[in-house]
Design a protein around this ligand. Structure first.
Ligand code: 5RP
Length: 257
């Protein structure tokens, strides 16, 4: 497909397959990031073509704008109540379907929405699959109040953690710390490899300045991996054999948005 990279086509393929799990009347959580943005376009196209009545809860302000622009009904999580399905991207996916998320700075709302859903499907290109979490810097959302103190407390936790590296940096947006949609800051922790994700998540979440980490442990139910040639591997549960199907990469050019 001219104009689209292999990686974009892979994201489209995963996104297109994932919206096949959407049914009329569903309440949906919409993820954030470039892969999720493909999903919102695929979803809007399907909703338009089939007249689906969907209620959507975006996980970020930018996804909310995109979804509304494409004609999807957007409500708050509290207006929607419990959700049937959340579809979102990830930065890393391990064989147990544990994730690192938050590269786009939205992991707090993403986790709140995913945890309020019957099911979370993660969509990704093959580059997101890892044997062990940690090569991608772990995003840790912290209060802006006492930011330096939280960075120091995180460093102390990392001293006792089973990780391969221990450097951190405050995520910046120009000269100022990046702010999430909730007005918080993000500390990115370069850990190399995370030996005990549960213990690390527990220790970090025990710090009062930490709002939430990008570790999604036991939250994801199914994974859809797209490939640049339109092949899609659907893994229904951790350890399940992938079911392979195909989508037409040419359809990417006809999506709204
Ligand atoms: C945003 C996220 C994204 O899902 C994650 O960063 C993947 O993004 P992309 O699909 O652009 O690679 O967690 O907070």
């Amino acid at each position: 497909m001219p104009g689209l990279t292999e990686s974009e086509l892979a994201k489209f393929a995963a996104a297109q397959r994932s919206v096949g799990f959407v049914e009329d009347g569903m309440k949906l959580g919409l993820g954030t990031g470039s892969t999720a943005a493909w999903m919102v376009r695929c979803l809007a196209a399907r909703a338009r073509a089939e007249g689906l009545r969907l209620t959507c809860v975006p996980t970020s302000d930018r996804t909310a704008v995109q979804a509304k622009d494409l004609g999807l009904e957007v409500v708050s999580l509290d207006e929607a109540g419990w959700l049937d399905l959340t579809i979102d991207g990830a930065d890393e996916i391990d064989p147990a379907m544990n994730l690192i998320k938050g590269g786009g700075g939205a992991h707090l709302r993403e986790k709140v929405v995913a945890m309020a859903s019957d099911r979370m499907i993660v969509i990704a290109d093959p580059g997101k699959e890892v044997v062990q979490l940690g090569a991608f810097a772990l995003p840790i959302e912290v209060l802006s109040f006492g930011l330096d103190s939280s960075v120091a407390q995180i460093a102390r936790v990392l001293e006792n953690a089973e990780v391969a590296a221990r450097t951190t940096q405050v995520r910046m947006a120009g000269d100022a710390p990046f702010r999430t949609d909730e007005g918080n800051c993000i500390v990115d922790a370069n850990l190399g490899a995370i030996g005990q994700p549960e213990a690390l998540a527990h220790a970090l979440n025990a710090l009062p300045g930490v709002v939430e980490t990008g570790l999604f442990l036991g939250v994801c139910d199914s994974v859809v991996i797209g490939h640049g040639d339109g092949r899609v591997d659907m893994i229904a549960a951790p350890g399940a054999a992938p079911e392979t199907s195909r989508v037409d990469p040419a359809e990417a050019a006809h999506l709204p948005g």
